[in-house]
Design a protein around this ligand. Structure first.
Ligand code: GH3
Ligand code: MG
Ligand code: MG
Ligand code: MG
Length: 296
């Protein structure tokens, strides 16, 4: 079953029970009986929705929502306050801090259920939109928009921590001829296979591949110096060779790729646009050198 997850936070055991009994049939319920526990469980389970009490000892609901909104991993989780505090000022404060709704205690069960259902539906739509905005539909890997975000993020990290960052531009060789000879549908299929082969070579959770455009791909390898990156890149080239996609040209019988790499470190003071330009220039060199090779 593909249930969505709701985290219910309340310092009163009886409130936790009422709310969980109310929702248990439709969603997976996680309970937290303090603000501190709420934060830990939100990070652990990444729920689709949080129902949050306000008056709790030590950390109150306002503190909790501020913490959730500050953490990248929990900042987009919608939060509904469920509180006995009925005055407008508290309600407005809740919305100002980023809540998506405010339910007053004592509540009507049917209304809680309806509002939870609505916000879970919105959460689903938001996830779908995010996916559509970031995934290339043909190859199912990240698209150029996602790549831009990732590059900026990792470049900032590399500057901040003074760590190496490697970038690799990849281009399929003689792909126009491939389409001309084998047809556009076969071309699409080859693009997908190459994308999956490249993705399969990434071992670290932080490594990243995207379709940069047409028959071009790009790798972002954080915390990876030139030597380490060259190993990854050699694996990528070998993985595409191993696909043995037939492509008879003057040069050979199977489809190949050319790769251009560049590495920067925080100390260089190089902008990420320059890093990308360097990798692109190296790719151009690889094409000049006869294709099916890596230039750094
Ligand atoms: P080079 O070795 O110099 O890179 O030559 P090339 O033919 O690969 O380069 P060129 O830039 O001339 O052609 C790229 C080709 O990629 C042309 C275009 O039709 C094809 N292409 C781009 N996107 C897609 C796609 O989504 N599907 C298919 N089937 N082909 C695509
Ligand atoms: Mg309370
Ligand atoms: Mg190209
Ligand atoms: Mg090409």
């Amino acid at each position: 079953m593909n249930h969505q997850t709701v985290l219910i936070v309340d310092d009163e055991k009886s409130n936790l029970k009422i709310l969980s009994d109310l929702l248990r049939d439709d969603v997976r319920v996680i309970l937290a009986k303090s603000g501190e526990q709420a934060i830990a469980k939100a990070e652990q389970y990444r729920p689709d929705l949080v129902l949050l009490d306000i008056v709790m000892p030590k950390m109150n609901g306002f503190d909790v929502i501020q913490h959730l909104k500050q953490q990248a991993s929990t900042s987009t989780i919608p939060v509904i306050f469920v509180s006995a505090l009925g005055d407008t000022d508290n309600e407005v404060r809740g919305f100002d801090l980023g809540a998506c709704d405010y339910i007053q205690k004592p509540f009507q069960s049917s209304l809680v259920r309806a509002r939870v259902k609505l916000h879970l539906q919105l959460a689903k739509q938001r996830l779908l939109l995010e996916k559509l905005a970031n995934i290339d539909p043909l190859t199912a890997i990240a698209n150029r928009r996602k790549f831009s975000d990732k590059l900026q993020l990792e470049w900032a990290r590399c500057q901040h921590d003074d760590r190496p960052l490697s970038l690799v531009m990849i281009d399929i060789d003689y792909f126009k001829q491939f389409n001309d000879r084998y047809g556009h549908a076969a071309g699409d299929e080859a693009l997908s296979k190459v994308a999956q082969a490249l993705e399969g070579q990434l071992e670290r959770g932080t490594d990243f591949v995207a379709r940069y455009g047409g028959e071009e791909f790009v790798l972002v390898l954080p915390d990876t110096d030139q030597n380490e990156a060259q190993e990854v890149v050699e694996r990528c080239r070998a993985a595409v060779d191993a696909l043995k996609i037939r492509h008879e040209t003057a040069g050979g019988e199977f489809l190949t790729i050319s790769l251009g790499g560049a590495t920067c470190s925080g100390r260089d003071g190089e902008a990420h646009e320059q890093l990308l330009q360097r990798a692109d220039a190296m790719l151009y060199q690889a094409k000049q050198q006869g294709r099916d090779c890596v230039v750094w």
